[in-house]
Write a protein that binds this ligand. Structure first.
Ligand SMILES: [Zn+2]
Length: 214
């Protein structure tokens, strides 16, 4: 490609140099995989070195404590920024920030994931923590876009609640412990109704993916 045609598609001055582009990370894991604890540990490490981190979270609801990023281990921090699906990120808000950490990233809109990706041009690295799939094994919209756009995709691992294999799914249960496959994708405040499960245990409880008939 000669210089003229290159500049046709990459107008000079429009984008910072490659060296000014930071990475977008998606660290996914099931329920109970200590994603939030991992996020808060990263935040602590940056802050103990005198660096600035910004904690971001989808708003989801306005109940008391909605801005709190709380791990099951009991450690928590306040989100610096709550985002809505149609939020517009102001780059000035991120000036001088060393790292952006996003909790519950599966609930980000596609529009927001794309803005976070754009923010890494000349901005800080962005590390998103979230579920990969919902209780029916389907990708969340935010997670799909993160899988498509992230430089780095990492798994936060946890053991299946029912055996010793690695969990990859989120089993949703009714009050009596029976598997649930109906209902809305998101049920706020019902975290104790979910269990991390491996493929075998998830299938045994839901009846999904039975063995192929021979
Ligand atoms: Zn299992």
């Amino acid at each position: 490609m000669d210089t003229a045609s290159y500049h046709e598609y990459h107008p000079p001055g429009q984008h910072p140099k490659d060296s000014a582009v930071a990475k977008l990370y998606f660290r996914h894991g099931t329920m109970d995989s200590a994603k939030t604890l991992n996020l808060l540990a990263v935040a602590h490490n940056y802050r103990s070195q005198g660096k600035r981190v910004l904690l971001v979270k989808p708003r989801m609801d306005d109940r008391f404590g909605a801005a709190s990023i709380r791990s099951r281990a009991g450690i928590e921090a306040e989100a610096d920024l709550l985002v809505d699906p149609d939020s517009r990120l102001d780059p000035a808000f991120f000036a001088g920030v060393d790292c952006v950490l996003v909790d519950e990233a599966q609930f980000l809109s596609v529009h927001l994931v794309e803005q976070l990706r754009a923010l890494t041009r000349g901005g800080p690295p962005v590390i998103c923590y979230g579920l990969r799939t919902d209780f029916r094994t389907h990708l969340f919209d935010g997670s799909r876009r993160l899988l498509e756009l992230a430089d780095s995709i990492e798994e936060v691992k946890v053991t299946c609640q029912f055996c010793n294999r690695k969990a990859i799914f989120n089993l949703r249960m009714q009050a009596d412990g029976a598997a649930e496959l109906d209902g809305p994708q998101v049920e706020l405040g019902g975290n104790d109704r979910y269990a991390p499960a491996c493929f075998g245990c998830y299938g045994a409880r839901t009846g999904l993916f039975p063995p192929l008939a021979g």
